[in-house]
Every structure is written in C-alpha cells, then in structure tokens.
Unconditional design. Structure first.
Length: 187
C-alpha cells in the first residue's frame, strides 16, 4: 500500500539509538530528517548553556522548532523523518493537529532497550562526554533513572503502524524490517 505522504516518527527513551536509526532511514530513502537534539544543540551553540533548567527550556523550544519544520515539509508535500524522545501526552496533540491539516500516514518506530542495559549505556555515554555539554546529562541520573530502567516509552496515539526495534545489543540490531516497511509505504 503506497501512501502519498509519510511521516516516520522515530522515538523512545534517551540513548536507545534513535538518532542513528533516523539518520540511516533519511539517508537510505533520501528524506529530510528533523531531530530535537539537532535544534537543541544549535540553540546551545548560539545562546549558551548553563544548567538543567535551561536545557529543558531549550528542549521545549527545540520541539516547537521540530513541529514548525515538520509542517513546512508537509505543506510542501514531502515525506520525512522526525526523531525525539517524544512524550505521548505532549506530542500526540501536535501530531494529530498536523495530521488533520495534511492527512499524512504515520509510521512510528519505537526504539526499546533492556532497562539495565539502557541505564548503563546512558551513564557510559555521559561519562565519555559524547554529547553536547549543554544537555547537562551528568546531572540527570536521578531524574531519568526510572524512565531509563523501563527501557521503553509510551507510544504516541497517532494511528498508523507501530514497529518496535530492540536496540539492547547495538551490534545486533536488525533494521531490515523497518526498511522493508518504509519501502512498501513509499512504493
């Protein structure tokens, strides 16, 4: 079943491999990709960074920018990829409002990881300094521990197909079912 307008939503908790997957999809299918951290890190570079409260504020601004750019793509009739650790209660209404205006088909890809693996991966990434310092990840262990130990997020209530990708072992992730589904939907 080919669709005319596809929005591929890559989501899940922090450190589950969302950005890696979203970039692979965008590159493989020549689709524009928008990710919250792309915008957030640009804002850090321009406006500076200081603490977790500022990081959260720029996170909200980044989500607003993501939805703004998503609407630009939809208005132009372009299928695309969006990536973030979307919170269902906050992001679902925004997706549904855009869906009502532009009648796109969503494909939601949930990255999931065994909880203890995810928490340790997050700590290793933080200690290695692999992300922009503006995220203040080193201050978030207590804040994020419960969510990370769950290893998954609640799916968005936006309809369309929902696929799960287990990223517990990053060397063994099978992306092929995702790629095949996207090929089927894009025709």
């Amino acid at each position: 079943m080919q669709v005319s307008l596809l929005v591929i939503v890559v989501t899940g908790p922090p450190c589950t491999g969302k950005t890696t997957l979203a970039r692979q999809i965008a590159e493989r299918f020549s689709l524009p990709m928008m990710g919250k951290d792309m915008y957030k890190e640009c804002l850090f570079d321009v406006l500076g960074w200081e603490d977790r409260a500022w990081s959260k504020k720029l996170g909200q601004a980044s989500i607003a920018l993501l939805f703004q750019f998503l609407e630009v793509q939809l208005k132009a009739g372009c299928s695309c990829v969006v990536e973030s650790n979307f919170k269902t209660e906050l992001a679902t209404p925004d997706f549904l409002a855009l869906q009502a205006r532009y009648d796109f088909t969503p494909l939601q890809i949930q990255c999931v990881t065994e909880g203890h693996v995810l928490f340790e991966r997050f700590k290793r990434r933080t200690e290695a300094g692999q992300r922009h310092p503006g995220h203040c990840d080193h201050t978030t262990y207590d804040e994020l521990q419960e969510r990370l130990l769950r290893g998954r997020s609640e799916p968005l209530a936006i309809g369309g197909r929902l696929m799960e990708v287990d990223t517990s072992d990053l060397d063994q992730v099978d992306y092929e079912p995702v790629f095949l589904e996207i090929e089927r939907l894009l025709g």
